[in-house]
Each structure stands twice: as structure tokens, then as C-alpha cells.
Design a protein around this ligand. Sequence first.
Ligand SMILES: [Fe+2]
Length: 179
Amino acid sequence: MSLHLKRGLPTLREAMRLLRRKGCNSKIVEHSILVSGKAEELAEKCLRRGLNVDLELVRIGGLLHDLGRSVTADVRHGVVGAEILREAGFDERLARIVERHVGAGIPRCEAEALGLPSRDYIPETLEEKIVSYADKLAAGDKIMGIDKVLKEYSSRLGSEHPAISRIKRLHEEIMGLIE
Ligand SMILES: [Fe+2]
């Protein structure tokens, strides 16, 4: 039985420890550090534009977005990671970032077809959108330009896949906020 402790956000050090303790390999950890850094940069730009964004939530969310990859590399890793964080009693806003980062958001109809618990996984808050977007830009140890990201997703999923237009929309929305 879980203790359902209420513990807010983990610190950076605790988040790093959690990744290691749950068995995320160094490739996942490096990717997570990259996403966290990119997400932080985007959040800082939003702050400079006077937008209300929780920088610490974005930083930790970026670091833990792929926590569920310690259990599965497939599309369920967002839901699995969010459950680990809920069980540990962390801030629900963090669990939502993790749950909604996959594929620039997955609507209920697609989620059901993929065998995910039936609900919408579309990033709603600015923090959720920033982490999901930063993750789309990160490949291996680099941040890619949006054109390359779209090209890679198109060749992987097919150019008509709905995730492609979601990534485009997310890009336009974030750019609209910070440029
Ligand atoms: Fe992921």
C-alpha cells in the first residue's frame, strides 16, 4: 500500500536520484538533462515576456518526463512515469507534465486505440506545453530545429499522422509566446 505522502516537487538532486533509483539508464538521464535545460530556457523567455510560468516545475518536469522509461519504452511510459510520481506523493502538476508529454499530446480516441487508460493526454498548462515541446526538439544529445523534427517524425510515423500537426501547432503556439 502506498503512503500517499504529500511532498510537493522533488529538488533537482532528488529528481536525479529518482531517475537512477528507478533504473533509468545514462542515455535516458542525458536526454532528460537536455530536455530540462531546453525547457528551462523556453520558460525563462516566457517569464521575460511577462507570462506566468513556474520555472522550477518546468525544470523538474523536464528532468522526470521520461521516468516511466525505466519500466517501458513504448507509448505507455508517460502514464507509467506519472503513476510512479503520484504513488510517491509528488505534486500532481508534475505527474500531469509527465503524462502529457508523449507525442505532443494524445487525445482520448487515440489513447484508447493505443491501449492507454481512456482520457485526454493533451498538454494544457504552459509548463506541460513547454516540456512536451522541448522533448520533441531533443534528439540524442542535441536540440534540433523544428523542420528537422517534423521531417524525422514524418518519416517515422508517416506524414499524415496526427502527431505531426500537433507538434506543428505546439511549435507555433510556443513561438507565438516568446518571439
Ligand atoms: Fe518520452
